[in-house]
Design a protein around this ligand. Structure first.
Ligand code: UD1
Length: 419
């Protein structure tokens, strides 16, 4: 297991290029199963979750090659409908292959998906929605088989706008016979990206970006090329890190139109933001102000994926703040590790109470999931003395190289061997 070491205390200064979006790339990779030919994905992030998705796709017959930031996925021949347990249980997004594989092969065998330990992550909404399109599921211990001899358009209302369930429905519906009307959809930018990709391959989807989609089944999707947008969560992580540590940073490529809620809170905390065509400049020189109360929410609300980095910024702010987690009940677990560094976060149920500013002190901490791990890195960059973060592999699931990126902002950071 590799680890990261940081000597904290320097403000962030410089420029960082924002990588392609993980949560956009993964469902689009799943969607390539529906294309009996080559899909070209540009700006695909070089992260371990993408590697994991490649392994799963290879097991069902997709031929994949990477050339720098471009992935070529050839799904001309699907040779198996069985997803490998080793990779499926490692990554939650593997469940998105259910809709795509049903669309292409009308059957799939998989295992209950794994992923970050951030709370309960059932897949009931996925299964109920796919059943509406004609899928039948049979569970056998940890494995799950689905068949859909006839996928047929239907009317579906999702009781909660689940990102993954919306993606699964879209993927199955584009290959179904007839028209599917879906209400209660998630509207996250990654759903829009998936729809735009599918449209580019010949799918007919109306209502993109709204909570109601109309999807007309298409017999055959065609080869296409798609550029993955920059990652709003990675951009938000480095923005919040700059708030916490202070400094002057240019986030090249940051997708500002997708980051409204984060930008609004950052301004309230006292950050100066310059929005430019090429990215966002964030400057924090004076004191940070506490925010009173904020809560995570579905898009366009404050993203749950930025809750942990936000905890770090808030503990550096003057005054009282309350951060409420409304999506994943286990995500505040990172507060215990941050408190070992002196963050002074009090957790009550789904609320975190902070009173700052706190001087963080470096120590040895352990990442247990992706975004919490990134938050520990930010905390280390603000702390007095040396911080060691164990379990770097969780962070590598979603950040191409957080050490490289923070080094480019002048942070004294390295991995165990390179420090
Ligand atoms: C996706 C993102 C993740 C982000 C999350 C919310 C990817 C690969 N991951 O995860 O980074 O944090 O959206 O923005 O895109 N739920 C159910 N039953 C279901 C499905 C979900 O109860 O069948 C619940 C979950 O437990 C959770 C909430 O709905 O409490 C949100 O989950 P969902 O929107 O599905 O998130 P993911 O697609 O897993």
């Amino acid at each position: 297991m590799s680890c990261i070491q940081i000597k904290g205390g320097r403000p962030f200064r410089g420029e960082v290029l924002i990588q392609g979006s993980k949560n956009a790339a993964l469902p689009i990779m799943a969607a390539c199963v529906l294309v009996p030919g080559v899909t070209v994905l540009q700006n695909c992030p070089d992260i371990s979750d993408v590697d994991c998705m490649c392994q799963i796709l290879r097991c069902v017959g997709v031929e994949i090659r990477r050339q720098e930031d471009v992935l070529f996925l050839d799904a001309s021949c699907i040779t198996s409908h069985c997803l490998p347990e080793e990779y499926v249980t490692r990554m939650r997004s593997s469940v998105i292959l259910t809709g795509a594989m049903l669309g292409r092969c009308r059957e799939i065998s998989l295992y209950y998906p794994g992923g970050c330990v951030i709370g309960d992550r059932p897949i009931d909404l996925h299964l109920r929605a796919l059943e509406k399109l004609g899928a039948c599921f049979a569970a056998n211990g940890r494995s799950l088989t689905a068949t859909a001899p006839a996928l047929t358009g239907s009317r579906i209302r999702l009781p909660f706008p689940s990102v993954g369930a919306t993606e699964n429905v879209i993927l199955a519906a584009v290959a179904a016979k007839g028209t599917t009307y879906v209400d209660g959809c998630a509207t996250e930018p990654e759903i829009v990206a998936l729809c735009e990709f599918l449209k580019g391959a010949g799918a007919k989807i109306g209502g993109i970006g709204s909570g109601s989609l109309v999807i007309e089944g298409t017999k055959r999707l065609s080869e296409s090329c798609y550029r993955v947008e920059p990652d709003r969560i990675v951009a938000g992580t480095y923005l919040l890190g700059t708030l916490a540590a202070g400094g002057d940073v240019f986030l090249r490529g940051a997708p500002q139109s997708q980051m409204e809620s984060v930008l609004e809170v950052s301004r309230r905390m006292g950050a100066e933001l310059v929005l430019q065509k090429e990215g966002i400049r964030v400057v924090r020189t004076g004191e940070l102000a506490g925010v009173g109360s904020i809560r995570t929410g579905v898009y366009p609300g404050f993203p749950t994926d930025l809750q942990s980095p936000m905890l770090v910024a808030l503990c550096r702010a003057t005054g009282e703040s309350r951060l409420t987690e409304t999506i994943f009940n286990g995500r505040l677990a990172v507060a215990a590790e941050l408190n070992r560094m002196g963050a002074g976060i009090r957790v009550e149920g789904s609320d975190a109470y902070l009173s700052g500013p706190r001087q963080l002190t470096g120590c040895s901490v352990t990442a247990r999931e992706l975004r919490g791990g990134a938050a520990l890195v930010l905390a280390g960059a603000c702390a007095r003395g040396m911080t060691k973060i164990e379990n770097r592999q969780f962070i590598d699931r979603g950040y191409e190289d957080i050490v490289r990126d923070l080094q480019s902002l002048g942070v004294d950071i390295g991995d165990k061997t390179g420090f």
